[in-house]
Design a protein around this ligand. Structure first.
Ligand code: ADP
Length: 356
């Protein structure tokens, strides 16, 4: 799937990899928020270092842009270990994975991003590497094929996934430490923005940081991206300081509204409220109304609209919530969701994985 690349997309754009690396936290103490995960990881790593053996394998799950890659690098840094980075889709053949595994040095961290997308034969090879630090490499084909057992140095696997539900049971069972990252609260993103601003040399007021944080969809990656855009505006059109007014003016230019919705998000809500009187309306009809592919509406816009409580997916179709009517400056029809009443049991807020 091509990854959506808008200003408030949680996916990383190729062009911003360097900019991300600049502000990426390097140690656990620099990693903002997610206190529970940080605390647990701290114990795991300290315990392992005391014993002088690698820690359990670590699985990090959660939506894109919340810090999984950062944590993988932090694990290696805290252990004083080397890190090898790859991803599920990059490992097409089990031979690719065997080559990586057998070249690891003792204590190395192997980071596999999007681990749920790893090919089945490679996944099976990974099991024995994780469990026994051993892999069987099959040489030759057909009846003459032989399996050559190879040793793997003790290592720590850090797996990251945005779709933990798609991981197989045996895969999940082999991780001794599983952590889920949640969306960040606005106050946490404010701290994160202040840290990034210090690193980038951007002057930002408390109110300015709060404004950008509130529009960042609970996602550090988006917060950092908006900070870079707001800084451009402040430097070109003002005196370089990101104040509340400058943040608002900049985000208006970039079409990111007070809730962090972009043009397409608002188009979807506007169509739903104005053209379909709040719904319910089917996904494909809604997509045609905004001139987009159904997949784009479903995968790019809806997850956040659902999470923000602006749109509900119901068995009868998409429905605008009262908050959506209000956000667009309309008065919601009384006592119902949309103009066509929907009974309460019909309503459920689908998670990102559900596609009614
Ligand atoms: P993921 O791997 O989950 O998509 P990343 O680890 O690449 O997310 O994080 C995206 C960006 O957000 C990184 O450049 C990093 O600077 C920033 N970031 C994420 N989480 C934090 C955090 N807790 N503290 C500071 N910066 C963070």
């Amino acid at each position: 799937m091509t990854e959506p690349g808008g200003l408030v997309s949680a996916y990383v754009h190729d062009a911003e990899l360097d900019a991300e690396a600049t502000v990426r936290p390097k140690r656990l103490s620099e990693f903002i928020a997610q206190d529970r995960v940080r605390d647990q990881l701290d114990l795991l790593l300290q315990g392992a270092m005391r014993r002088g053996s690698p820690p359990d394998h670590i699985l990090l799950s959660g939506p894109p842009g919340l810090g999984k890659t950062s944590l993988a690098n932090i694990v290696a840094a805290e252990l004083g270990a080397g890190i090898r980075v790859t991803s599920g889709p990059a490992i097409e053949r089990s031979g690719d994975l065997a080559a990586i595994l057998t070249s690891l040095a003792e204590g190395d961290v192997l980071f596999i991003d999007e681990i749920h997308r790893i090919a089945k034969p490679a996944e099976e090879l990974l099991y024995s590497a994780m469990e026994d630090f051993r892999v069987d490499v099959v040489v030759g084909k057909g009846p003459g094929a032989t399996a050559i057992p190879l040793d793997v140095e003790p290592f720590t696997l850090v797996g990251a996934t945005t779709r933990s539900g798609l991981l197989t049971g045996p895969m999940r069972d082999r991780f001794g430490f599983v952590a889920h990252l949640d969306f960040y609260a606005p106050g946490e993103l404010e701290l994160l923005l202040q840290r990034s601003a210090r690193i980038l040399g951007v002057r930002i007021t408390e109110e300015g940081a709060r404004e950008v944080a509130g529009r960042s969809r609970g996602t550090p990656r988006i917060a950092n991206r908006l900070l870079r855009r707001v800084r451009d505006f402040a430097e070109v059109r003002a005196d370089g300081i990101v104040t509340l007014e400058i943040a608002r003016a900049a985000l208006k230019v970039y079409d990111v509204d007070a809730l962090g919705l972009d043009r397409l998000d608002r188009a979807v809500l506007t169509a739903l409220v104005e053209a379909f009187r709040g719904g319910p309306v089917g996904l494909s009809t809604l997509a045609v109304a905004v001139g987009e592919q159904p997949d784009t509406v479903e995968e790019v816009c809806e997850p956040f609209l659902v999470r923000a409580g602006l749109l509900a997916r119901t068995p009868r179709g998409r429905v605008a919530t009262e908050a959506a009517w209000r956000h667009l400056g309309h008065t919601p029809p009384t006592g119902t969701f949309g103009a066509n009443p929907i009974s309460a049991p019909d309503l459920f807020t689908a998670g990102e994985d559900e596609r009614p």
